[in-house]
Design a protein around this ligand. Structure first.
Ligand SMILES: Nc1ncnc2c1ncn2[C@@H]1O[C@H](COP(=O)(O)OP(=O)(O)OP(=O)(O)O)[C@@H](O)[C@H]1O
Ligand SMILES: [Mg+2]
Length: 688
C-alpha cells in the first residue's frame, strides 16, 4: 500500500521528534526533568515535573489519605522491626563465636535479657559454653519472632494499601468518566470511543499503582535507609559516610535515565490509544469495511501501528535495562568495597589493639563488619527495587500525566455561578433566536449567519432547506450541544447560557437524524428517555410511535436484546424506537430531525398522527425533506447556506415566489427523465 507509511519510517520520524523535544526542553529548563518550578504555559503538551505530579496525585487521594497514613505508619513499624534481627549477627559474631567476648555495644538505655552474659564474657574466666549456647538460642528465637512480627505488620499494611489501590482505581476511573462525558462534543469526537476506553482502562487504571510505586515502596526504602543509617552510625561513622555516598548515585541515575523514560512511555500510551480507537472504529464500521473489502488494509494499518508501538517499547526497554544493569553492578561492587575497606580496618585495628594503641571496645570487629554488610544489603535492596520499579513508576506517571491532561480540559459549558435551574412546570417554552451566527470549533467559515427566529410556546417550527444548509446545526444549538458564536438563544426570555445545562436538557426530547440505540433490550432503550419509567408507560410510548406492532411480533417482545447500534432492527424500526424514547421523555421542547425519513409512506402517515398529538402543547422544531409533512407548521423557516432566506406559514410562502415554492414545486412535479450519457459524449470521467 502506497499510502501506508512503514512502521520503520514512522519510528525514525518519532526518534527525530523525540530528540528535538528533548533539546527544546533542555533549552528551557536547563536539562532538568525534575524542575519543580512554576510550569510555563506551552502550546504543546508537556510532561509535568515529577514534583508536580506527586502533588497532584496526593490531591487525587483526598478521601483515602487518613487510611494511607495509617498503612504507611504500620509499614514503618514493620520495616523497623525487620531491621532489628540483623543486629543479631553482631551479637553472634562478637559475643558467641569469639574466643574473647566483647561487651555488647547496645544503644544506651536498651537492656537485653542475658546482658549479664556480656558482663561475664568480659571477665574471661567464667566463660561457660552453656551460656554461649543460651545466648545463641535467644538470638535465633528472637530473630524468628521479630521477623514474624514484622511480616505480620507488613502484611496488614500491604493489604490496606492494596485495598486502597482498588478504591482509588475505581474513584479515578469514575472521575475520568464523569469528566469525559461532560467534555465539549468536538473534543469527544476527537478522542473517539476507543480512545476514551484506552484512557479509562489503561491510564486511569494504572494511576492507582502509584500508591505502591510512589508512596508505599519509597516509604519502606526511606524507613529502611534511615533505620540502617542510625544503626550504622553507632558502629562506625567512616563506613557510614561511604554508604551515604551511594545516595547521589541514586539521584544521578534517576536524573539521567529515568526522567527520559517517561516521555517515551507517554508516547507509547498515545500510540496504544490510537490503536484502540482505530480498532473500535474498524469494528464499528465493519459493514463498510467489508462492503469495500478493506479488511486487509485495516489489518495492515493496525499492524504497522502495532509495529511502531513495539519499536517504541523496545526503546523504552533499553533505557530500563540501562538502569537495571547499573544497579546489578553497583550492589556487588559496593559490597566488595565495603568488605575490602572494612576488612582492612579490622586487620589494622587488631594490630593496634596488640600494640596497645586502642582498647578492644574502640576497635572495629568482625561482628561489626558482618552486621554492616547485612545492613548494607538491607539498605541497597529496597533502593535497587525502587530503581527497577522506577521504570514502572514512570509508566504509571505517564498515565497520570495523561489522565490529568484530560481532567484539565475545560468542561462543556461550565455553569455560570448564578445560573438558574428550570423545571418543566415553570417553563412556558418560548424559544427566541436573536441574530445568531455559528462557527464550528476548529473551522473558519460560519455555518449559520444572522438567524432570527421566534417560536411561541407550543408552536411548531419547521426547518427546511437543501442538504448542508445548517438545519441540524441550528437544532444542535437549540439543544445546547454548542453555544452560539455570536447572538443568543433564549428560553422564555432568559439566555440559555444563564440556565444550568442539565436542567435545560431535561426539558428536551430529541429524535436525531442518525438514530442511536444502546446495546440492551428494547424496553431499556425506550426507557432511556425517562428515569424510572414503568413498563406501562414504555408500552404506551411505543404504541404512540407505532412501534408496538413490530415489537409484539418479536419472540421476546420488549425484552428483545438489540445488538450494539441496534443492528438487528431495520432502519425504520430503529427510528420508531427513538421516537418512542422521545415521547416517553414527555419534553417541553421537541426536536425532530428527519424523524420519519426512514419510514415508508404508510408508517410515516401513521406516525405523523401520533407525532401531531405529541407536538401539541410543546414547542417543536421539525426538520423534514418531505415538505408535505410540515405544511401544517406554524412557521416554516427556509435555510440556505446558513442564511434564513424565508420565514412564514405554508400558505404565505406559497403565495410569494421564492425558494420555498420552488422546493414544493420540485417535489410535486413528476421527475424529469434522466439524461443518459451517449457513447460519443461521455458526461464524466467514470463513463469513459
Ligand atoms: N461537527 C462539525 N464540525 C464542522 N463542521 C460541521 C460539523 N457538522 C456539520 N458541519 C458543517 O456545517 C454545515 C451544515 O451542516 P448541517 O448538518 O447543519 O446540515 P443540514 O442542513 O442538517 O444537512 P442535511 O439535510 O444533509 O442533514 C455543513 O456544511 C457541514 O459541513
Ligand atoms: Mg441534518
Amino acid at each position: 500500500m502506497a499510502v501506508l507509511r512503514s512502521s520503520h519510517r514512522r519510528y525514525s520520524e518519532y526518534r527525530a521528534k523525540l530528540k528535538e523535544r528533548r533539546r527544546n526542553k533542555e533549552a528551557d529548563d536547563g536539562g532538568s526533568f525534575h524542575s519543580s518550578g512554576p510550569e510555563r504555559k506551552k502550546p504543546h503538551k508537556r510532561s509535568r515535573s515529577f514534583f508536580k505530579l506527586f502533588v497532584l496525585f496526593w490531591g487525587l487521594l483526598a478521601e483515602h489519605r487518613r487510611m494511607l497514613v495509617v498503612a504507611l505508619a504500620t509499614l514503618g513499624v514493620s520495616t523497623l522491626l525487620g531491621l532489628i534481627p540483623l543486629y543479631g549477627t553482631k551479637i553472634v559474631f562478637d559475643s558467641v563465636l569469639r574466643e574473647n567476648r566483647l561487651p555488647g555495644r547496645l544503644p544506651y538505655g536498651m537492656h537485653l535479657p542475658f546482658s549479664n552474659l556480656f558482663e561475664i564474657s568480659h571477665n574471661g574466666p567464667f566463660d561457660v559454653a552453656h551460656d554461649r549456647r543460651a545466648l545463641l538460642t535467644f538470638v535465633a528465637v528472637a530473630m524468628v519472632l521479630l521477623t514474624a512480627a514484622a511480616e505480620l505488620f507488613g502484611l496488614w499494611s500491604r493489604w490496606q494499601a492494596t485495598r486502597m489501590t482498588k478504591r482509588v482505581q475505581v474513584s479515578v476511573r469514575k472521575r475520568v468518566f464523569d469528566h469525559a462525558v461532560r467534555l465539549p462534543l468536538h473534543r469527544v469526537y476527537e478522542l473517539k470511543s476507543g480512545g476514551v476506553a484506552s484512557i479509562l482502562r489503561e491510564d486511569a487504571g494504572g494511576v492507582a499503582d502509584l500508591i505502591f510505586s510512589m508512596l508505599y515502596n519509597p516509604w519502606r526504602a526511606i524507613v529502611q535507609l534511615l533505620g540502617s543509617l542510625v544503626v550504622l552510625a553507632f558502629v562506625d561513622w567512616r563506613l557510614l559516610l561511604g554508604s551515604i555516598l551511594l545516595l547521589p548515585t541514586v539521584w544521578l541515575t534517576h536524573r539521567t535515565w529515568i526522567g527520559r523514560i517517561r516521555p517515551i512511555f507517554r508516547d507509547i500510551r498515545n500510540t496504544r490509544q490510537g490503536m484502540d480507537s482505530h480498532a473500535t472504529e474498524a469494528f464499528g464500521g465493519m459493514r463498510v469495511v467489508r462492503s469495500f473489502s478493506r479488511q486487509q488494509a485495516e489489518a495492515a494499518t493496525f499492524t504497522t501501528t502495532g509495529h511502531l508501538m513495539a519499536r517504541q517499547e523496545i526503546l523504552a526497554w533499553w533505557w530500563m535495562r540501562g538502569i537495571d544493569v547499573a544497579w546489578s553492578i553497583l550492589i556487588p561492587v559496593a559490597s566488595a568495597l565495603l568488605l575490602f575497606f572494612g576488612g582492612m580496618r579490622v586487620l589494622s585495628d587488631m594490630e593496634r589493639i596488640r600494640a596497645g594503641l586502642i582498647t578492644p571496645a574502640q576497635a572495629l570487629t568482625v561482628g561489626d563488619l558482618v552486621m554492616f554488610l547485612a545492613y548494607l544489603a538491607a539498605l541497597l535492596g529496597p533502593i535497587a527495587t525502587l530503581a527497577s520499579s522506577a521504570t514502572a513508576l514512570q509508566n504509571s506517571l505517564s498515565g497520570l500525566d495523561r489522565v490529568l491532561d484530560l481532567l484539565a480540559e475545560p468542561l462543556e459549558m461550565p455553569n455560570k455561578p448564578d445560573a438558574i435551574t428550570v423545571t418543566r412546570d415553570a417553563v412556558a417554552g418560548a424559544i427566541t433566536i436573536e441574530s445568531l451566527s455559528f462557527t464550528y470549533a476548529g473551522t473558519v467559515n460560519p455555518v449559520l449567519h444572522e438567524i432570527n427566529l421566534e417560536a411561541k410556546p407550543g408552536e411548531i417550527v419547521a426547518l427546511v432547506g437543501p442538504s448542508g444548509a445548517g438545519k441540524t446545526t441550528l437544532c444542535n444549538l437549540i439543544a445546547r450541544f454548542y453555544d452560539p458564536t455570536i447572538g443568543s438563544i433564549k428560553l422564555d426570555g432568559v439566555d440559555l447560557r444563564d440556565i444550568t445545562v442539565e436542567s435545560y436538557r431535561r426539558l428536551l426530547g430529541i429524535v436525531e437524524q442518525d438514530t442511536f440505540l444502546f446495546d440492551g433490550t428494547i424496553a431499556q432503550n425506550i426507557a432511556y428517555g425517562r428515569r424510572g419509567a414503568t413498563m406501562q408507560e414504555v408500552t404506551r410510548a411505543a404504541q404512540l410511535a407505532n412501534a408496538d406492532e413490530f415489537v409484539a411480533k418479536l419472540k421476546d417482545g420488549y425484552d428483545t436484546l438489540i445488538g450494539e447500534r441496534g443492528v438487528k432492527l431495520s432502519g425504520g424500526q430503529r427510528q420508531r424506537l427513538t421516537i418512542a424514547r422521545a415521547i416517553l421523555a414527555d419534553p417541553r421542547i421537541l426536536i425532530l430531525d428527519e424523524a420519519t425519513s426512514n419510514l415508508d409512506t404508510e408508517s410515516e402517515r401513521l406516525i405523523q398522527g401520533s407525532l401531531h398529538m405529541l407536538m401539541a402543547g410543546r414547542t417543536s422544531f421539525v426538520i423534514a425533506h418531505r415538505l408535505s409533512t410540515i405544511a401544517h407548521a406554524d412557521k416554516i423557516v427556509v435555510l440556505e447556506n446558513g442564511h434564513a432566506v424565508q420565514q412564514g406559514r405554508h400558505e404565505e410562502l406559497m403565495q410569494t415566489s421564492g425558494r420555498y415554492r420552488d422546493m414544493v414545486d420540485l417535489q410535486t412535479a413528476p421527475p424529469a427523465p434522466p439524461k443518459r450519457p451517449t457513447r460519443e459524449q461521455p458526461e464524466d470521467a467514470f463513463a469513459a
